[in-house]
Design a protein around this ligand. Structure first.
Ligand code: SF4
Length: 367
């Protein structure tokens, strides 16, 4: 994964971002065509496998427990229902499933074991599996990798300078560490940001500079527009102009020619012409389905109609990397064996208490 060295300073990136729009789009379209098939756009589905009740304070997020939004807290979905949704997403043309859990961090518990089984199951469906589960250690990343995880999403959201205005419950450094842990485990990295949170253009550039400074930039960079949700601290933010999305997509495309740029949240506020310019400028993935975690998103049918009009085709799974192998998870195997032995013990104990031919004694209650 290479960056474009011509734009590896704040000044150069800012000048690029501020170019006359059509020149910027033309340059981005040219770069895009050198590295990607411009007709192909990946359809990905984002599924909230554990919604709400999050202890973090990300100012844009309706799932933070501390904000009074209409998102209720739910338990982790079952493996079966996730696989059912994955099949459904695949039938509707998605080649990638991103599973999101509203956790501060991954914990080594039964829920994580279930996520491992979800990853194994979705990988077996020949879909790219991506997870976004909060902070994670290198060991946890390794388990996910062995389960068949294709990518881990962990957004930096904004520049290091603006970060404290958005989140106070964890540091920029924590995010960089999690990205590093995914990288060390050999998982492809998906990391991007949100624009329209009240940041300056310099912060958008700062976000991209954070990726420029990585040894290997993310393979996938989602660009989101804030969806301002009532009850969150950012509820009153004015929606950004779609031109700003186009500029951000184009700048990202040029700076990171080999990465996949994903046109993510905020598409409902864009018309088809605006989205078309984003595809022209190098976006090659959208999230399909009527929900993006908890916020609205265009319906599958609307997107298929748009693809038809624009002459786009859905990208196949694993066009940008090999399908990971699924290996047996030693922790789950050991846990299941323990459960089996416990069941056997219980069954034996039941037999002991109630030997064959056992007749309970009649008890008369004396008044
Ligand atoms: S963005 Fe993620 S970590 Fe932040 S509050 Fe929402 S669910 Fe929690």
């Amino acid at each position: 994964m290479k960056v474009n060295p011509q734009y590896n300073t704040n000044e150069a990136l800012l000048d690029l971002y501020n170019k006359p729009l059509l020149e910027l789009v033309f340059e981005a379209a040219t770069v895009h065509r050198q590295h990607h098939d411009p007709k192909e756009v990946q359809m990905s589905s984002l599924l909230s496998i554990k919604t709400g009740g999050c202890p973090e304070d990300c100012g844009y997020c309706p799932q933070a427990a501390r904000y009074h939004t209409d998102v209720d807290a739910h338990k982790l979905m079952t493996v079966e229902s996730v696989l059912e949704q994955a099949k459904n997403a695949k039938e509707n043309g998605s080649s990638r499933l991103c599973m999101g859990a509203a956790w501060r961090e991954v914990r080594d518990n039964k829920d994580f074991d279930n996520v491992i089984e979800m990853v194994q199951g979705v990988n077996a469906l020949d879909m790219e599996v991506c997870c976004t589960l909060g902070m994670m250690s290198e060991g946890q990343a390794k388990r996910l990798k062995d389960a068949g995880l294709f990518a881990y999403n962990h957004n930096l959201d904004t520049s290091a300078d603006y970060y404290d205005d958005v989140i106070s419950t964890r540091e920029y450094e924590d995010r960089l560490n999690t990205i590093d842990n995914a990288r060390k485990a050999g998982i492809s990295v998906c990391s991007g940001g949100i624009i329209g949170m009240g940041e300056a253009v310099e912060d958008r550039i700062g976000l991209l500079m954070s990726y420029m400074q990585m040894e290997t930039p993310p393979e996938s960079i989602p660009i989101n527009a804030l969806v301002a949700v009532e009850g969150t601290p950012m509820a009153e933010q004015k929606p950004i102009e779609q031109w700003e999305m186009i500029r951000m997509v184009a700048t990202t495309r040029i700076a990171f020619p080999e990465s996949v740029v994903r046109l993510s949240a905020g598409r409902t506020k864009m018309n088809m012409e605006g989205q078309a310019l984003c595809f022209m400028a190098g976006a090659s993935s959208i999230f399909a389905g009527d929900k993006l975690l908890t916020t609205p998103n265009p319906e599958y049918n609307e997107d298929m109609e748009m693809f038809k009009i624009l002459g786009l085709t859905p990208k196949q799974a694993f066009a940008d990397g090999e399908k990971p192998e699924t290996k047996e998870d030693a922790i789950i195997v050991a846990r299941k064996e323990k459960e089996r032995l416990r069941e056997e013990e219980l069954a034996a104990a039941r037999l002991k208490v109630k030997p064959e031919g056992f007749q309970p004694r009649k008890v008369t209650i004396v008044e």
